[in-house]
Design a protein around this ligand. Structure first.
Ligand code: AMP
Length: 541
């Protein structure tokens, strides 16, 4: 028997309509590329999103066409999120940190018709212009008097175009499964892959992510998303903001500690969201000026593992709780989150910090499990490592125009991460499956080793890879960059590790290097290192 409830579609435009009707005066504050601070309200944003929709119609954009943005976190980007998806086109948020050839690839692969671009990124487009000839025009997100000299063809000023449009627009209704936005992965091998979010997946993700033990957002929240709108929709926060009426403070291009503090001091957000590198800069800045983040109660950290010291620093110096979260471009991104709860409240602080280091529990709506190489599900004992699989209504089911199905298995998505899951479903990322070291049939986490080794006061960065070994198959070797002027040798590194890791994890070699390669988004790029050092232990036996 079918239920008898209305089958209203879950559409992104309905989130904005809700916000305009319910929270019209909620503020949205942005640091603009031009340097000044801009303020307006949800009501203003909704009006301008309708102008964007009228503009798309004037530009001849059809249903499902891809319209790209290359922009920081700011109010114009927010309007485009709603204007483009609400209109029925697909918002393609381009990640400016990709390498030039990857940018060319994704613009062409997505077949972007127009690109809305912040002033900062105009030179980036000029540099790849000869290779993106199919783009019909460029709209610069600036006031008329700030328009730059540019060789981009068919270029327009966003504010001038919007000024000419009406703010009346009837948002169309369509199938909620229709594509709404897309984001390309920033993988370490091969071309980036397109993830195409639907209206339905975006709305469900937004609803799933606002709850008290997830992001904990409400109309009295004020949050600062440093996580970029060009990378997995700033973790879905532009949508969560409309559901809850929370105030947004957009940092624009100012992601350094001093700029962030200036905004925090002025706007008093209670929630910050971003990757660990950003918080390291902020924490260092706060140390240097000797001030406390008074307004901040929670800091959501994801994208990479949050170091233990960061969890402690936020707690002990700033009275702020670090909420560790895990997700991927392919998972919209929230998969698991580690918010404060009764289990934590009952723990002594030092034990609570250790629990906070885990990436948390699945958000209601997604399921996770770990499996071995034969596909058998592994125990949830908090110890056994396995390939982390996920499924749910906001998890990718296939890549855009790409027949690579290697990550999809029986209705589950293989995250490429290796993890443990405990009896309460706390998940802990142990490694990437390509990076885990298989020594005598047992697995060693390169990430755990790196995180431990980097605690050595003389070391700036560490990278652990597996090298071939005649007896154990693979053994870990540790590549390190010394802090300038530090007096460190192999023995002092190994002495430092002793007692902090199980003995058989001890690296077989410590190699001092001047630099380590990174992906476009700042993650260690181990693929070439693995090739370079493959035979290191055999050659140096
Ligand atoms: P991306 O799709 O670029 O956002 O990257 C997703 C990958 O980042 C995941 O598969 C993980 O390997 C890594 N990642 C994301 N969040 C965390 C976290 N909290 N701890 C450790 N790794 C993470």
């Amino acid at each position: 028997m079918q239920g008898l409830m209305m089958d209203r579609p879950l559409l992104i435009s309905s989130l904005l309509q809700h916000a305009e009707a319910t929270h019209p005066n909620t503020e949205i504050v942005s640091r603009r590329c031009e340097g000044d601070i801009h303020r307006y309200t949800m009501k203003d944003a909704a009006k301008r999103a309708r102008k964007v929709a009228n503009l798309l119609s004037r530009l001849g954009i059809n249903d499902g066409d891809r319209v790209a943005t290359l922009a920081w976190n700011n109010y114009r980007h927010f309007e485009l999120y709603y204007g483009i998806s609400g209109y029925g086109a697909v918002l393609h948020t381009i990640n400016p940190r990709l390498f030039a050839e990857q940018l060319v690839y994704i613009v062409n692969h997505a077949e972007d018709r127009f690109i809305f671009v912040d002033l900062t990124f105009v030179p980036l487009l000029e540099a790849i212009l000869p290779h993106i000839g199919n783009v019909e025009g460029f709209i610069i997100l600036a006031d008329e008097d700030k328009m730059p000299e540019t060789k981009l063809p068919n270029v327009h000023c966003y504010e001038t175009l919007l000024a000419a449009e009406s703010d009346e627009f009837e948002w169309p209704e369509f199938d909620e499964r229709k594509g709404a936005s897309m984001c390309y992965t920033s993988g370490t091998t091969g071309n980036p892959k397109g993830v195409l979010y639907s209206h339905r997946s975006t709305c469900l993700h937004a609803q799933g992510s606002v709850g008290a033990e997830v992001m904990g957002l409400s109309s009295s929240s004020c949050f600062l998303p440093v996580v970029p709108m060009f990378h997995v929709n700033a973790w879905g926060t532009p949508y969560s903001a409309c559901i809850t009426g929370a105030k947004q403070v957009f940092p624009g291009p100012g992601m350094d500690g001093a700029s962030l503090w200036e905004l925090i001091e002025a706007e008093q957000p209670d929630l910050l969201l971003g990757v660990p590198t950003v918080w390291l800069m902020l924490l260092n800045h706060m140390d240097s000026i000797g001030k406390k983040l008074e307004s901040v109660t929670n800091v959501i950290v994801g994208g990479a593992a949050a170091p233990l010291q960061m969890i402690k620093d936020f707690d002990q110096k700033h009275d702020a709780f670090l909420i560790h979260a895990w997700g991927m471009t392919e998972t919209s991104p929230i998969g698991t989150i580690n918010a404060f709860n009764g289990i934590m409240a009952a723990l002594p602080k030092e034990e609570r910090y250790l629990l906070q280091q885990k990436q948390g529990r699945p958000v209601s709506g997604v399921e996770i499990k770990i499996i071995d190489d034969a596909g058998t599900e592994l125990p949830r004992d908090g110890k056994t490592f396995g390939r982390l699989m996920i499924r749910g209504p906001w998890v990718v089911s296939g890549y855009y125009n790409n027949d690579d199905v290697s990550s999809f298995e029986n209705g589950w998505f293989d995250t490429g991460d290796v993890a443990t899951i405990d009896e309460n479903s706390y998940m802990n990322i142990v490694d990437r499956s390509k990076d885990v070291i298989k020594s005598g049939g047992e697995w060693i986490s390169s990430i755990d080793l790196e995180n431990t080794a980097v605690g050595h006061p003389g070391l700036a960065e560490c990278c652990v890879i597996g090298a071939r070994h005649p007896k154990w198959d693979e053994r870990p070797i540790l590549l390190v960059i010394k802090n300038e002027g530090a007096d460190v040798d192999e023995k002092s590194v190994l002495d430092y590790l002793e007692g902090k890791i199980v003995k058989w994890w001890t690296p077989d070699a410590v190699i001092f290097v001047d630099s380590l390669p990174h992906t476009a988004t700042g993650k260690l790029l181990k693929i070439n290192l693995r090739k370079e050092y493959e035979n290191y232990l055999i050659d140096n036996a």
